[in-house]
Design a protein around this ligand. Structure first.
Ligand code: HSE
Length: 428
């Protein structure tokens, strides 16, 4: 029986979930995995809820009580953010301890240095819950389908945004109302900025891209757009065309170039990602040997995140000694990142156009001159109004070309307001 001493730094919702699992499943872990976890020290600024006496842990406000304790084998970092989390993880690895973290910001921004340190010290650094909480996406990419190369990774990796878009679709309500509902139900943070502006998804796709493609992707390299500008009008028009808007985090390889981006994306309502509802997350992988595969589940919440952390603890217990870490991304040479201007996409465009002969011809002329093919055009015929919505679906074009054409369309005297453009992806 391997007895492993754990130091828990950060005792909020997820930390308490970890303790619950370690207590309730102790006998199972001993029998099934041959390991017995002893939580020796719990560190937090305030201990909100003392674990019961059975756990026999001591409490402290000082990370040094974990980091300087030679008995502790594994440090679980659950405080989040860059600092002091980074120093804590560095100090743990440097002093010969394995580390489990759920910190997406830390892994996305400093993973490369931390993995290098883990390799130098021969320790393990696990981070399953940094993406999709307990959904085993990190283990799937690094171990479950080891030996595969990837053409693309598409993720719905922010439950708050997925809930909001889902509410806007099913209840036909505004972004603001759906956000209030998410906050009432406790899904969104009280300050949900990082969720709705796409940054949380950017952290997660940077981690997945690094792992799947062996390319160092910094968060600043990820073109990031959130969902705050999405209107119920566009959701309704899209649904009429069997298209659904999802906030997708995308990493896609084309030859030797990789594009990594987060933005609202129209996908077919028949694709499996379109049926990911509410706060669920999903990652759809295009792997070169397995083929297409999708993992989905609860990507946030106490027990889901705690499940990922505990599975990492079991991995630490059973991992071979030495600097072999399947989840430490290898850096592949020769793969370059492609900027958003040069990415080719199909687009959904909506303009408010004056309902008079010739307007459509002017719009299509501008698109035609820009070399942008049109796959379909629709006008909301039931409206009796001076300006009516016209929806165009384009063929593939670059962002740069589309922007120029949209500026020219906006400048037409019979167009009102700024045209709406939403990227489309064909995922099959
Ligand atoms: N705030 C995230 C979400 C969960 O809404 O999915 C933690 O990564």
């Amino acid at each position: 029986m391997k007895r492993l001493c754990v130091g828990l730094i950060g005792y909020g919702t997820v930390g308490q979930g970890v303790v619950k699992i370690l207590k309730s499943s102790r006998a199972v872990f001993r029998k099934k995995y041959g390991c017995d976890f002893h939580v020796k020290t719990i560190v937090d600024r305030i201990i909100h809820k003392k674990p019961t006496a059975e756990l026999n842990a001591r409490y402290s406000k000082r990370p040094a009580d974990v980091l300087g304790d030679p008995d502790i084998d594994i440090v679980v970092e659950l405080i989040g953010g860059k600092q002091p989390a980074k120093s804590i993880v560095e100090s743990a690895l440097a002093s010969g301890k394995d580390v489990v973290t759920a910190n997406k910001d830390l892994i996305a921004n400093h993973g490369i240095e931390l993995f290098a340190l883990a390799n130098r010290t021969g320790r393990h650094l696990y981070y399953e819950s940094a993406v999709g909480a307990g959904i085993p996406i990190i283990k799937t990419i690094s171990e479950g389908i080891a030996g595969n190369g990837f053409d693309a990774v598409y993720g719905i990796v922010n439950g708050t945004c997925n809930f909001i878009l889902d509410e806007m679709t099913t209840k036909q309500c505004s972004f603001a109302d759906a956000l209030k509902d998410a906050q009432r139900k406790g899904y969104a943070e009280s300050d949900p900025t990082l969720d709705v502006n796409g940054v949380d998804s950017a952290h997660k796709i940077a981690i997945l891209a690094n792992l799947a493609f062996g390319k160092l992707v910094r968060v600043r390299d990820v073109h990031t757009e959130g969902i705050t500008h999405i209107s119920a009008t566009d959701i309704a028009f899209a649904e009429q065309m069997d298209l659904r808007i999802k906030l997708l985090a995308i990493a896609k390889k084309d030859g030797r170039s990789l594009d990594v981006r987060v933005h609202p994306t129209l996908i077919s309502t028949r694709h499996s990602l379109a049926s990911i509802h509410g706060i669920f997350n999903a990652v759809y992988l295009k792997a070169d040997k397995l083929g297409n595969a999708m993992l989905s589940g609860e990507g946030a919440g106490q027990m889901s995140a705690a499940s990922g952390v505990v599975s990492d603890l079991i991995n630490c217990a059973n991992a071979p000694a030495g600097p072999i870490n399947a989840n430490n991304p290898e850096q592949v040479k020769g793969l370059t990142l492609r900027g958003i201007d040069n990415i080719e996409c199909k687009f959904y465009i909506r303009v408010q156009a004056k309902d008079e002969p010739g307007t459509l011809a002017q719009i299509t002329t501008i698109l035609g001159r820009a070399g942008i093919g049109i796959n379909s055009v629709q006008q909301a015929v039931h409206e009796v109004a001076a300006f009516v919505p016209v929806i165009l679906l384009t063929d593939y074009t670059t962002e740069r070309t589309l922007r120029r054409a949209l500026n020219a369309i906006q400048a037409l005297s019979n167009i009102k307001g700024k045209p709406v453009a939403i990227r489309m992806e064909t995922l099959w």
